[in-house]
Write a protein that binds this ligand. Structure first.
Ligand SMILES: [Zn+2]
Length: 387
């Protein structure tokens, strides 16, 4: 490697590592470590409990808190069951400057652009730190970003601002919804169906709770609160799967359903879950527990993604609008690591190359022109903010 490696060349190296979220990312991180070592850039590594997944936090310029972070994840969604025209882990150049590979848009293109900028950024001699965050397991609940934030707390090397380079067509995105997934289990009491009063029907209890969910979904759509710019402009709630019972003539002992809230940033889905639990405790469980106190509901939150909302007049929004030449900002429905950074007190915006419509698809691609725009953005950002 030398100082003038292009973004596309680096992208071709990065997509060559199969970093589907279920795999270790250590080989890719090893490649990135070598890159920073060659350029004399210090970095920290933080890993998951298994040691098989690693984040990297590099700082160009003063090794201190403050400045700005550029953040990208290097895990990807699987290619299983998808029909690709060529090997998903070999970058293929096609017509119109399209570069095809798994992760090209989401989001190794942004990471390649950050790495390619390192020599130019060093040459600028930044007086404030430019942090580069490279994280694991974004696609499966942002585990890496959470670990990286723990490491920021340990090191004290917190940036003042953050840009998450998720594909946005290089347009600033200031807000996204949050998400909470909840597994609900219902325990009843089995018995012969000819004597329903001797048992507790878990399927029917679950159905009563699901009826509350349906009513709550209608209430949210009608009464809000509303946040214009989102589609739909309110929190949504739904039950995605349910199961229960064994055979018609046995009172079902078990039922489960899985539900989600997708909340506008101003809404608190955990408070909404608490309201649902209060309703169930007051209106559904008493009759169950009267038959057998062991009967009732239990709840397991298996994913929580905070929403993100940066005030439109925040300095970071003004800065990124100026650098990208966009006079507007957007809101999106997909979640990102940005919600976790914002929750950790780091004002965050989303702006990255490529388009979300190409992410997660077979024949995922990014346009060379998007990479060029990102390359220019990073250099302008550094010149404006760091010297
Ligand atoms: Zn992504």
């Amino acid at each position: 490697m030398n100082a003038s490696v292009s973004t596309a060349e680096l992208l071709s190296r990065l997509v060559g590592f199969d970093t589907t979220s279920r795999n270790s990312n250590l080989a890719l991180i090893g490649f990135v470590r070598d890159w920073f070592d060659q350029h004399g850039v210090p970095y920290r590594i933080s890993t998951d409990a298994s040691g098989q997944k690693a984040n990297l936090h590099a700082i160009i310029g003063p090794q201190s808190a403050g400045g700005i972070a550029l953040s990208g994840h290097v895990d990807t969604v699987p290619v299983d069951g998808q029909s690709w025209s060529s090997d998903p882990f070999t970058l293929r150049a096609g017509e119109g400057g399209r570069l095809y590979a798994r992760g090209a848009a989401d989001m190794k293109g942004f990471v390649a652009s950050c790495l390619a900028a390192v020599p130019d950024l060093l040459a600028l001699g930044p007086k404030r730190p430019l942090h580069l965050f490279i994280s694991y397991d974004e696609e499966i609940g942002c585990q890496g970003a959470r670990r990286l934030i723990e490491d920021l707390d340990a090191s004290g090397l917190r940036p003042a601002l953050c840009v998450v380079g998720e594909p946005s067509g290089m347009k600033p995105i200031v807000a996204h919804k949050g998400k909470v997934n909840v597994n609900v289990s219902v325990r009843g009491k089995p018995g012969h169906s000819s004597e329903p009063a001797r048992g507790v029907n878990a399927v029917q209890a679950a159905a009563e709770a699901i009826a509350w969910v349906a009513a709550e979904a209608r209430r949210l759509a009608k009464e809000g609160p509303f946040d214009t710019g989102f589609d739909p402009p309110h929190t949504t709630i739904h039950v995605g799967t349910m199961a229960g019972g064994t055979i018609l003539n046995i009172i079902p002992e078990r039922a489960e359903f899985v539900m989600e809230w997708r909340n506008i940033p101003a809404d608190d889905p955990l408070a909404a879950l608490a309201r649902m639990q209060q309703y169930i405790a007051a209106h559904i469980e008493p009759a169950m527990k009267a038959v057998d106190p062991a009967c009732g509901f239990s709840y397991d939150i298996d994913l929580r993604m905070p929403g993100m909302a940066l005030p439109v007049d925040h300095e970071l929004s003004t800065l990124v609008r100026g650098l990208t030449g966009s006079n507007s900002t957007g809101k999106v429905s997909y979640g990102t690591e940005g919600g976790f950074y914002q929750e950790a007190g780091i004002p965050t915006i989303i702006c990255g190359p490529g388009h979300i419509a190409q992410a997660h698809q077979p024949d995922e691609w990014i346009a060379q022109s998007e990479l060029d725009a990102c390359d220019a953005f990073i250099r302008r950002l550094a010149r404006q903010l760091l010297i």
